[in-house]
Design a protein around this ligand. Structure first.
Ligand code: FAD
Length: 304
């Protein structure tokens, strides 16, 4: 219930103005965001690389409403890739299709993604399309299929285990060679489309992970959930998938001690590092994932 409310609040322009205009909320949000600009994202990436992690850099922004906004966002992503290449960082990028104009024109989105994937491939890095709300799941899956069948190699997307369709999407996308990021899902979806109970979401996560570890292309296991991480570690052993043949992924600022422990155990660990000033919806989804974050946030508000 609280989760659904917070996810809905992430779409409210009024709340967005109220939350982002306060210095204090910005400070709290920066627990999950590297900073307002690309330099901050690159600094955070350097620090993570020094501790044995790889990175996926995410220029924050979503659901643009004009073509020039999509083109401007694509320009920042291309600059990000350029700077990653110059610095020799172990970092790819994550991109939200609706930030590249998906809801305005799938053709525009495909054109911008094609440029981004081409640039990333030139420096041997990967592009992951974030998976957003269920209204764009099918078209996002279709974009990945089109980019891969057009000859690209370094592009895949996230898949969300809360969606009933995902187990089939995992097979469909693996068949065209997509490397997938498996996550639970961070939006509010109706029962018709999505499992609502934790048990069902986790069971589908395990089923998808098992398929990916057995037959998928370089699985990217995105979760902070101890039980699922242990399960995946055991599955990988049982299925003969080496520690360098898949990776765990976690969010910047979430469970850093667990991140370090996995690296010490010899696992690959990639951190999702968001940067930019459009942090409001991202921050609200992080609050929604963990009630303790809301309490922390409210305490910080009260203490100002
Ligand atoms: C690298 C990465 C990329 C992602 N990309 C997408 C995407 O493209 N589309 C999408 O819908 N979702 C995405 N997500 C979010 C994901 O769907 C979940 O909402 C989120 O990861 C929480 O689920 P969990 O698997 O960590 O398990 P949970 O059961 O939610 O969390 C397990 C434990 O992790 C800790 N934890 C989890 N979240 C937080 C938090 N926000 N703050 C503090 N502690 C926390 C808590 O200790 C919690 O008990 C991504 C997640 C990761 C890690």
């Amino acid at each position: 219930m609280l989760r659904t409310l917070l996810v809905k609040a992430s779409e409210s322009p009024t709340l967005r103005r109220q939350v982002t205009s306060r210095r204090l909320t910005r400070d709290v949000a920066m627990r999950f965001v590297a900073g307002d600009n690309l330099d901050a994202g690159l600094d955070a990436s350097r620090a993570l690389a020094r501790s044995g992690k790889t990175v996926t850099l995410d220029y924050l922004g979503e659901s643009v409403t004009a073509e020039h906004e999509a083109r401007a966002a694509a320009k920042v992503v291309l600059e990000t890739i350029d700077r990653i290449g110059q610095a020799g960082l172990p970092a790819g990028v994550s991109v939200k299709p609706t930030q590249m104009g998906l809801r305005l024109s799938p053709t525009l989105c495909l054109e911008l993604l094609d440029d981004i994937v081409t640039a990333a491939e030139a420096i041997d890095q990967h592009v992951t399309l974030d998976m957003e709300g269920s209204d764009v799941t099918e078209v996002t899956v279709g974009l990945v299929e089109r980019l891969l069948t057009a000859g690209h190699r370094e592009v895949g997307c996230a898949v969300q285990s809360y969606l009933r369709r995902t187990r089939a999407d995992v097979e469909r996308l693996s068949a065209v060679g997509a490397s997938l990021r498996l996550c639970k899902g961070a939006y509010a979806e109706p029962e018709r489309l999505a499992f609502q109970s934790r048990g069902e979401v986790d069971a589908n996560y395990v089923a998808c992970a098992e398929y990916l570890l057995a037959d998928g292309v370089y699985p990217r296991i995105a979760t902070h959930d101890d039980r699922l991480i242990d399960h995946v570690r055991n599955l990988a052993v049982r299925l003969g998938r080496g520690r360098d043949e898949f990776e765990f992924q976690m969010l910047y600022g979430v469970r850093p001690t667990l991140q370090d422990a996995l690296v010490r155990d010899g696992y690959r660990l990639r951190v999702y590092v968001p940067f930019g000033d459009q942090w409001y919806p991202y921050f609200m989804r992080r609050l929604a994932e963990r009630p303790a974050n809301v309490a922390f946030f409210l305490r910080a508000l009260r203490d100002t």
